[in-house]
Design a protein around this ligand. Structure first.
Ligand code: PLP
Length: 436
């Protein structure tokens, strides 16, 4: 009894402090002030999260598509503790280095396709993308192509919120949040023709790079059409445009292959990554460039790289990443992603047969979605109501309503099993029945 009272006291205190002092990222501030936080989480284990109210909930999005090996892995805590005690931080600026960052860069080179073997580290995905945008422009300079500075991205893409990343993001809500985005950013529809037209219109001599997620995540789990990336690769080659694959969600196994672009058999010039590299146990991201780009950068320029974050190559984050990648390999988690991904997709397809309002069920690896009919953006979406019902039944899931869509997105931890998937599907089925 006294512990219930203590918990309630703690919850009330935290809610009050939260309202007064915390500005939440990507949030509805008004709703937060009126209703307080929906969850105050206290612990996690596998696919489950526990909150201050004592509820145990299935985390069907791996929090932010990132806790890939699942919550509560002590091994990661242990290596972080050891590293912090030994050497919590030192820089990699200039000619300083340290073993964890060297080992991690070498390990990542084993995961990447082709000669994508050189990594610049950041704290997350937005910084990784801003780094890539600056790097591609810098790359064209010594080749006398100063005009090559435009960056093309796709509508409904999400590339983060740093100035360059938000400018490349093709979701209206994000790129109109601030009154002015960076110049030289352009969006295309997700068709080959749309990309060709823009290149023709702007001139290939003004375009530095094309960036795309292999599968759009935050924009609603949108799979590319058949043959799309194979064509994009060709177009980029023909026009001297660098291809950046934003693998912040897809990288390190999420879609059932090491990187998302592996599905299409193409090799990008640059990969940006974050999230899954540490499964969220420490903030870390990066830009991986090909050896040929690396050579141009150090041979043809004066060799200066005037770009770096204090936490470019944080030793503690690096050991956490190394342990995380070791776990993914040793536990054959990518194989489980493929098997459970197929099973989850079967479940979504079954849901589609049960509910007329479901117009699409899709997925690749453990990245999936179901979409509902929504005649126009003026019509209330069904997703938020289903999310509310699912929550009452112990499932956290994400509704995507950008650009007038009505989608539920899923990206559960790689350690999910058939029982867990069944639970998710049953809860969804019931929640749709009640909410729609
Ligand atoms: C594809 C993609 N790129 C970039 C980002 C930005 O990463 P971060 O939030 O770590 O800055 C995200 C975050 O969700 C993402 O999904």
């Amino acid at each position: 009894m006294s512990s219930i009272i203590d918990n309630k006291k703690l919850e009330d205190e935290l809610i009050e402090l939260n309202q007064k002092h915390l500005l939440h990222p990507t949030s509805n501030m008004k709703q937060l002030q009126e209703e307080g936080p929906t969850f105050i989480f206290t612990e996690g284990n596998g696919i489950y999260l526990k909150d201050v109210k004592g509820r145990t909930l299935i985390d069907s999005l791996s929090s932010l598509w990132n806790v890939n090996i699942g919550h509560g892995r002590k091994e990661l805590g242990n290596v972080a503790k050891e590293q912090m005690e030994k050497l919590a931080f030192t820089s990699t600026f200039g000619n300083w280095s340290h073993e964890p960052v060297i080992r991690l860069a070498a390990e990542i080179a084993k995961w990447t396709p082709g000669d994508l073997n050189v990594t610049f580290f950041t704290s997350g995905g937005s910084e990784a993308n801003d780094t890539a945008f600056k790097t591609v422009r810098h790359y064209w300079k010594p080749q006398g192509k100063l005009e090559k500075k435009k960056i093309i991205s796709r509508k409904k893409s999400y590339h983060g919120v740093a100035m360059g990343a938000t400018s490349a993001t093709g979701i209206h809500e994000f790129n109109t949040f601030t009154t002015s985005i960076a110049p030289d950013f352009y969006y295309v529809d997700s068709t080959v023709d749309s990309l060709k037209e823009l290149i023709e219109q702007e001139g290939a001599n003004t375009i530095a790079a094309f960036i795309s997620e292999p599968v759009q995540g935050s924009g609603g789990v949108n799979l590319p059409s058949e043959g799309y990336f194979e064509e994009v690769r060709k177009i980029c080659d023909e026009n001297d445009i660098l291809l950046i694959s934003d693998e912040v969600i897809c990288g390190f196994g999420r879609t059932g292959t090491k990187f998302g672009m592996d599905h299409f058999g193409i090799i990008p010039d640059i990969i940006t990554m974050a999230k899954g590299v540490t499964s969220g146990y420490a903030p870390l991201g990066g830009m991986i460039i090909s050896e040929s780009i690396h050579k141009v950068l150090y041979k043809k320029t004066q060799g200066n790289f005037w770009h770096g974050y204090t936490y470019s190559g944080h030793p503690t984050a690096a050991v956490v990443a190394l342990k995380n990648l070791e776990i993914i390999e040793e536990e054959n988690l990518i194989q489980n992603v493929r098997m459970m991904g197929d099973y989850m997709l079967q479940g979504f397809k079954w849901i589609q047969t049960q509910h007329d309002q479901v117009i699409d069920a899709r997925g690749i690896g453990l990245l999936g979605a179901i979409s509902f009919e929504r005649k126009s953006a003026a019509v209330d979406p069904k997703g938020p109501k289903i999310v509310e019902e699912a929550l009452k039944r112990g499932l956290i899931c994400r509704s995507v309503v950008y650009d007038g869509q009505d989608t539920l997105a899923f990206a559960p931890p790689f350690v999910i099993n058939k029982n867990h998937v069944d639970q998710i599907i049953n809860i969804l089925h019931e929640s749709i029945q009640v909410a729609v």
